[in-house]
Design a protein around this ligand. Structure first.
Ligand code: HBI
Ligand code: FE
Length: 286
């Protein structure tokens, strides 16, 4: 899953670019506002309290695409993270290096009004609305840094697929157990109206308790709703599992391969919901 592509001429060595906030058009700001409004119709009672607190702390609903300088100053005061602009996907080593240094690389562009629901590269709405609120949480913020540092260490192994699965099933598509029931904290879910409902309420997907190595052995869907969501008990569980584990023996065991399909349920899984997989069996794709 290593990604090799050309750095655009206007990007710096670390792939960052100027956000050029003053050059967003009224239409681009309006697309942000529309996406924001749609998500706020579904997220109260579904998103994790830490995510909703983060949205509020950074005032991401102030109207229009946020100015990275403004939200970075606020975020830095809370957890030491900053948001930097990038053209889109960046190479793995560059991505890990930003995270390891508490910089979140966010796509500068925003999707068009006629493609609100599906896009191939992360845009400013996915990255800033989806990812940045959780970075206001001190423990989650530490987890993200630890992930970046682990990523840099992993570059000597054939480990990227397995490490990417960990990111996928936590940072992008993670659920958390709360006293009020399951909640979403994964950026890929909270930035999608339909998946926010599907991930929590649909009978199709499995919902399984978090187990670090189990996640890293599990293939995933990149172009459709997940067939399995993994559920953490706390962000501390996530952070501790990452920093207390020596990944080298795991990489040795896994050999850059997946042992389980996206829909598999194993005997020793802590099954919270065993999915019917009706959605995937019917062909999926929304
Ligand atoms: N680049 N901008 C951006 N955003 C990502 O989420 C991202 C990336 N490059 C690599 C990457 N993710 C993944 O390969 C890692 O999560 C493993
Ligand atoms: Fe993302």
């Amino acid at each position: 899953m290593s990604n090799h592509f050309e750095k655009p001429d206007h990007a710096r060595a670390d792939w960052t670019i100027d956000q050029d906030w003053s050059r967003y058009t009224d239409e681009e700001h309006a697309v942000w506002d529309l996406l924001y409004k749609r998500q706020m119709e579904v997220l109260p009672g579904r998103a994790a309290p830490e995510f909703l607190d983060g949205l509020k702390a950074l005032d991401l609903g102030r109207g229009g695409i946020p100015d990275f300088e403004v939200i970075s100053d606020e975020l830095e005061a809370l957890t030491g993270w900053r948001v930097v602009a990038v053209p889109g996907l960046v190479p793995d080593d560059v991505f890990f290096d930003h995270l390891a240094n508490r910089r979140f690389p966010a796509g500068q562009f925003i999707r068009k009004r006629n493609e609100l629901d599906y896009l191939q590269e992360p845009d400013v709405f996915h990255d800033v609305f989806g990812h940045v609120p959780m970075l206001t949480n001190p423990v989650f913020a530490d987890y993200m840094e630890a992930y970046g540092k682990g990523g840099l260490r992993s570059l000597n192994y054939a480990a990227l697929k397995n490490l990417a699965a960990l990111y996928w099933y936590t940072v992008e598509f993670g659920l958390i157990r709360t006293d009020e029931g399951l909640r979403i904290y994964g950026a890929g879910i909270v930035s999608s109206k339909t998946e926010s409902i599907f991930a929590l309420e649909d009978p199709s997907p499995n919902r399984i308790g978090f187990d670090l190595e189990r996640l890293m052995r599990t293939d995933y869907r990149i172009d459709d709703f997940q067939q399995t969501y993994f559920v953490i008990d706390s962000y501390d569980q996530l952070f501790r599992a990452t920093v207390d584990t020596d990944f080298a023996p795991i990489y040795e065991r896994l050999q850059g391969k997946f042992a389980h399909g996206p829909e598999d349920v194993l005997d020793r899984d802590e099954v919270i919901t065993r999915g019917t997989q009706a959605y995937a069996k019917a062909g999926g794709r929304f």
